[in-house]
Structures are given as structure tokens and as C-alpha cells.
Write a protein that binds this ligand. Structure first.
Ligand SMILES: *Cc1c(COP(=O)(O)O)cnc(C)c1O
Length: 327
């Protein structure tokens, strides 16, 4: 099967490490794939998706990347970094206010030279596509050709980043002499999940793919993943038989809401950091790993012994609010 072309920017393959002490505590073999180490400025899962999306932009002769996200969007920061790396311009539509303290990803966006338009949550929810289209038109008047990347680079083309990551995992399994029977990750816009699912199926691998949603709910993401799988198949002409029941999205760990943290999540991140020397982020991986550990403790992963968690990055997303909860 042929997949779309991509550019090479991420530091790949990323390491897979065993969490020895957590494994002992839970009576399972827990591994972590360090996609937080795909790079520095570009770190996290979004760069894998951008390798495909930006290739399409370049083939389109674009000289500007436009995208959107929350004020602390890891995806927006990775896009700004890739644009600068390739000598392109970037324009970010961010949900939030300029007068918030400039830290983390927003700080990096600025250092990386991104143009930023701040919008209200209402404008973001209902009009972000139009807003990005308008920016594209305005840039066009100035002689630029812009390429719009949707939230999280979660569309058909972007999701191939995790199709390719699945093939990377299969190769690493051989090298390490391990077979993962479950692969789990945070779900925020669905592209990471969709790519892994597609790769797992096409390669006739039998791992079960689990997503833990950090916003919306499982129904929303089951539908979203099905749409993304459909979009991916338009690039390959290979449709896979899949329905909602095949998509495993574990709900119940959104907590107070997207990017809002509560004490037990922060305490969990801190205790895992002390136990294993690995720091998760508060918005995605902290909630997802917390959820995974809770589910294992409840006995919901009885059928699995070798579990791989994808550390999708996000450390720049730590900001004052959450840091304030750290003991
Ligand atoms: C975007 C993001 C995710 C979620 O990935 P999706 O493909 O959007 O579902 C997980 N972790 C981090 C750190 C992210 O930035």
C-alpha cells in the first residue's frame, strides 16, 4: 500500500523504555514510547503529523502555514517551529487573550516569529475555519500562498504520521523481542489514534488501541476517528472495515475540563516523575496515564500484559495555574 510522501524533521525512531517500578506496582509490563523526544522546538506528537501535512503544503508551493489551537497549543508551537525551520511564515489563530501571561508554548510561538491572532472561545468554536480562510485571503493579497492545517493536524494527511509511527513500533518490537498487546495514548483531536489504528489494521497486528479522551466524550471521538479513517483511505484507496464498536475510547478522565487540572492528576504526575524520572504534561499525557493506571487498577486491562503508552509530549504546556498545584 502506498502512503503519501513526507518530509523528515522529527528525531526518529523515538525510544521505547520499560517503566520498571510502575510495572511492578501494577503487575503488568508497562512501556512508554518517548514521542516527547521527537525534537526540541518541534517536540511531541504533532511533528509526526506535520511531516505529512507540510509536505503537501510544499508541493502546493505554499510559503505560509496557518493553523489554530488553544493558547498553549503544542500543535501551534510545532507548526511555528517547522515553518521557521523551512523558511516559511506562520500564522496562528489561538483561543485566548493576549494579556494572559506569556509563557510556555505562547512564549515559544513569539520567539519563533509566528503571527498570532487571538480569538474568543466562541469565535474559535464557531468560526475558526472562516477566520483562517480570511487570513489566507489577506496573505494572498500580499503575494503569499498559504496552506491551512486544521486543529492538531488531525485530518487524513496528518494522521499518516501515526500510521508510520505504528510501523516504527512494529520494527522496535522485533528488535526488543516484545509484543505489545495494548497501545494507549491521550486523545485530543483524534489523529494520533486514527493513524495508529489504521497502521495496526493494515499491518495485521493484533494490538488493541486505546485512547483516553482529554476533552469532549467517547461518542464524539468514536465518530471523529471513523471520519479520519475514511479520509485516510482516500489517499490510499484502501478502506478498512471498522465501526464504532472497534474504536476504544476510554471516557471519564477529562476531569474539570480541557487544560484544567485537579489535585489528584497533578499528584499522580508528581509521583510518577519521582518513581520513574519521567515528567508528563498536565493537559494530555498526565490525564491519559492517570486514566490508564486507574483502569488497570480497576481490572479493566485483565486481558493485557504488555502495554505501551505513547508519551505524546506537551511539557511546554505547563503553566502557572497547574504549577501552583504542585506540592
Ligand atoms: C495534541 C496532543 C495530544 C492529542 O493528540 P491528537 O492526535 O490531537 O488526538 C496528546 N498529547 C499532546 C501532548 C498533544 O499536544
Amino acid at each position: 500500500m502506498e502512503i503519501p510522501k513526507f518530509i523528515k524533521i522529527a528525531n526518529l525512531p523515538t525510544k521505547i523504555e520499560k517503566l520498571e517500578r510502575l510495572s511492578k506496582e501494577l503487575g503488568k509490563n508497562i512501556y512508554i514510547k518517548r514521542d516527547d523526544q521527537t525534537g526540541s522546538e518541534v517536540s511531541g506528537n504533532k511533528i509526526r503529523k506535520l511531516e505529512f501535512a507540510v509536505k503537501e503544503a510544499i508541493d502546493n508551493n505554499s510559503d505560509y502555514l496557518i493553523t489554530c489551537g488553544g493558547i498553549q497549543s503544542n500543535h501551534a508551537r510545532a507548526t511555528a517551529a517547522v515553518a521557521a525551520k523551512l523558511g516559511m511564515g506562520s500564522y496562528l489563530v489561538l483561543r485566548g487573550k493576549e494579556d494572559n501571561e506569556i509563557e510556555g508554548n505562547l512564549f515559544l510561538d513569539k520567539i519563533l516569529g509566528a503571527n498570532i491572532k487571538f480569538v474568543t472561545p466562541e469565535e474559535y468554536k464557531n468560526h475558526r475555519k472562516e477566520i483562517m480562510e480570511n487570513i489566507k485571503l489577506e496573505l494572498g493579497k500580499k503575494g503569499h500562498r498559504a496552506y491551512i492545517i486544521p486543529e492538531g493536524a488531525s485530518n487524513g494527511i496528518g494522521s499518516f504520521g501515526y500510521y508510520k509511527a505504528m510501523e516504527e513500533i512494529l520494527k522496535q518490537e522485533e528488535e526488543l523481542g516484545i509484543k505489545f498487546d495494548a497501545i494507549a495514548m491521550a486523545v485530543g483531536s483524534g489523529g494520533t489514534y486514527a493513524g495508529l489504528y489504521y497502521g495496526n489494521y493494515i499491518n495485521e497486528n493484533l494490538a488493541k488501541i486505546y485512547g483516553i479522551n482529554v476533552c469532549d466524550n467517547s461518542e464524539f471521538f468514536k465518530n471523529r476517528v471513523l471520519e479520519l479513517l475514511e479520509e485516510m483511505s482516500q489517499y490510499t484507496n484502501v478502506k478498512i472495515p471498522v465501526n464504532k464498536e472497534n474504536i476504544n475510547i476510554i471516557d471519564g478522565y477529562v476531569g474539570l475540563g480541557y487544560a484544567l487540572s485537579q489535585k489528584e492528576e497533578i499528584e499522580f504526575i508528581q509521583s510518577l516523575a519521582k518513581l520513574e524520572g519521567i515528567v508528563l504534561d498536565p493537559v494530555y499525557t498526565g490525564k491519559a496515564m492517570y486514566g490508564l493506571v486507574e483502569e488497570i487498577k480497576k481490572g479493566n486491562f485483565k486481558e493485557h500484559n504488555n502495554i505501551l503508552f505513547i508519551h505524546t509530549g506537551g511539557l511546554f504546556g505547563w503553566s502557572g495555574e497547574q504549577i501552583g498545584l504542585v506540592k
